[in-house]
Design a protein around this ligand. Structure first.
Ligand code: UD1
Length: 417
């Protein structure tokens, strides 16, 4: 297994273009199943989670090839309506294929994606919504066996939690269902809007994506289309944390500032200067950061849970105390014990983490246990004095494309070994 060896304490400088969004690419790849032809997706990041989606599409019988950052997916011919457990277990969000498969085939068989490194991640909302739309779903021995006897029907669905994955599964299933589907308390994340934009480019009729109520008028079928994936706001937030923690000055390109509206104020509170211009942003960090005081993770447009871990590494070297409240997942502090090995002063009590900023972190050997936790350890190692070694890099590679090369291009000393 690869490790990162990081010689910390270097200032970063230069320009970085933000990769395409993982959380947009995954549901859009699943949605290509509805198009029965060749879709072209630009700005698709090279990640193990994207590869996992491509493996599922290929197993089903689709063709997929990559030309640099462009993916060409041909879902014209398919052979199977099942996904084997080894592919389902490669990533939790493979559940997003459920809506797409029952919409395309009226059948789907797959194993339960189960829990993950963030604690239990139920899919009850996905299943109850698809049942309301006419899918019969049997759950036995960890398997989901779904059949639609007639056709999927539009339904009025109210989500108790604005679940991103459930909203996406419903939107995909509803795109070609008979009648109108209304999702109340829908997730409002930019990735939901990107999925709607892709589906609408294919001929779907989806209104209100990005708002709490999404209305989907089912159409007969969808046609293949081309689409550019939005930039990854979490990768941007991670690199902002890396720049801030190392007292650096970095120019970001290819971002959508509106997607960072809850993130930018945290960096300003910490004393960073942020200048926005079109799709660009310059972040200049002070010599010593101030603590951002309070960070509460919330559904969009609140502060993203995915940015909690990398921003905690920044808070670990800020002057003063920062309180984090993790409202989205039960077990999202696995990076804390490793940050403490690097010299951070952090205490966790339930969903609250209290970070007492220290002047500097010290190098150590640490291990990542999840994707964003891995990113947090890299940020911390970049500002720690001395050489750190980070294992568990396979988690990082689920969401960050060539991260060691990106950081090296900014002047960091990071080697993947
Ligand atoms: C997506 C993102 C993930 C992000 C999360 C929250 C992708 C591929 N992943 O995950 O990076 O951290 O949104 O912004 O886009 N829940 C239920 N029942 C369900 C579904 C969800 O109880 O059927 C709960 C979850 O346990 C969690 C909360 O709802 O506590 C939010 O989950 P959800 O928005 O569904 O996250 P994901 O779509 O899994």
């Amino acid at each position: 297994m690869a490790v990162y060896v990081v010689d910390g304490g270097k200032r970063l400088s230069g320009e970085v273009k933000i990769q395409g969004s993982k959380n947009s690419a995954l549901p859009i790849l699943a949605a290509t199943l509805l198009c029965k032809g060749e879709c072209v997706l630009f700005n698709c990041p090279r990640l193990s989670d994207v590869d996992a989606s491509l493996s599922i599409l290929r197993y089903i019988g689709c063709k997929a090839r990559r030309e640099d950052s462009t993916l060409i997916v041909d879902t014209g011919s398919v052979e199977r309506f099942e996904i084997p457990p080894e592919l389902m277990h490669r990533m939790r969000s493979s559940i997003i294929f459920l809506g797409a498969m029952i919409a395309r085939f009226g059948r789907a068989r797959m194993s339960f994606p189960g829990g993950c490194e963030l604690g239990p991640r139920p899919i009850d909302l996905h299943l109850s919504a698809l049942r309301e739309m006419g899918a019969e779903i049997n759950e036995e021995h960890g398997e989901l066996d779904c059949v639609v006897n007639d056709t999927l029907r539009g339904a009025s669905l109210s989500l108790p939690i604005p679940s991103v994955g459930a909203t996406e599964n419903i939107m995909i299933a509803a795109a070609t269902a008979r009648g109108t589907t209304v999702i109340s308390n829908a997730a409002r994340e930019p990735e939901i809007v990107d999925l709607a934009d892709f589906l609408n480019a294919c001929g779907a009729k989806i209104h209100g994506a990005g708002e709490s109520t999404v209305v989907i008028d089912g159409v007969r079928d969808l046609k293949p289309a081309s689409h550019a994936i939005i930039p990854d706001r979490i990768v941007a937030a991670t690199l902002m944390a890396a720049a801030a923690a190392t007292g650096s000055n970095i120019h970001f390109t290819g971002i959508i500032p509106a997607h960072l509206e809850s993130v930018i104020p945290v960096f300003r509170d910490a004393g960073c200067e942020i200048a926005l211009s079109g799709e660009g942003m310059r972040l200049s960090a002070p010599y010593r950061l101030r603590s951002p005081k309070l960070i509460r993770t919330m559904p969009y447009p609140g502060f993203p849970t995915d940015a909690q871990a990398p921003v905690m590494s920044m808070a670990a070297v800020a002057d003063g105390m920062t309180v984090f409240v993790e409202n989205m997942f039960l077990s999202r502090y696995s990076h804390v014990s490793e940050l403490c090995r690097l010299g951070a002063d952090i205490r966790v009590e339930g969903k609250v983490a209290v970070v007492d900023g220290v002047k500097r972190l010290l190098s150590a050997k640490v291990r990542a246990h999840d994707l964003r936790g891995a990113a947090a350890l890299v940020v911390a190692a970049l500002c720690a004095r001395g050489q750190s070694e980070i294992s568990g890099i396979e988690y990082l590679e689920r969401g960050y494309e060539d991260f060691e090369l990106v950081l090296s291009s900014l002047g960091a000393d990071v080697k993947k070994i």
